[in-house]
Design a protein around this ligand. Structure first.
Ligand SMILES: [Zn+2]
Length: 125
């Protein structure tokens, strides 16, 4: 099979087009699969492209933690760790929101048992 002259560019464009939408692992698998088609990837170019696919918060954190010695495998590992930390902290925030809503619910217990609205009781509904 003869590769077209712009093969490399096309492959890199494909790599750049993929985005981390779910788990880092799924993104890594897709990325590495496409990477196999790129014959002459420059050193660390793959790392740079892989980071571009992350969402903004993850991108920022990975760039902070990554050193020049880190290759794609390290970059993906860091992304995986950072993503789980971000997920945990956002999970904790959701819980805090839930519990504050729960407190609000308890404070407005003077509500109608018939329709659930505050301001009157079931006997007046
Ligand atoms: Zn009512």
């Amino acid at each position: 099979m003869v590769l077209p002259p712009n093969w490399q560019t096309e492959c890199i464009e494909k790599l750049m087009a993929i985005r981390k939408t779910g788990a880092v692992q799924a993104y890594t698998d897709k990325f590495q699969e496409l990477l196999l088609d790129v014959p002459n990837m420059q050193e660390n170019e793959d790392v740079a492209i892989s980071i571009k696919g992350h969402d903004d918060q993850l991108k920022m954190e990975v760039r902070l933690k990554l050193t020049n010695e880190d290759g794609l495998v390290e970059a993906m590992k860091i992304a995986d760790i950072v993503a789980s930390i971000i997920q945990k902290s956002s999970g904790a925030r959701d819980k805090a929101e839930e519990s504050s809503q729960g407190t609000d619910g308890n404070s407005s217990k003077d509500k109608c048992n018939m329709c659930g609205r505050a301001g009157h009781f079931a006997k007046d509904c």
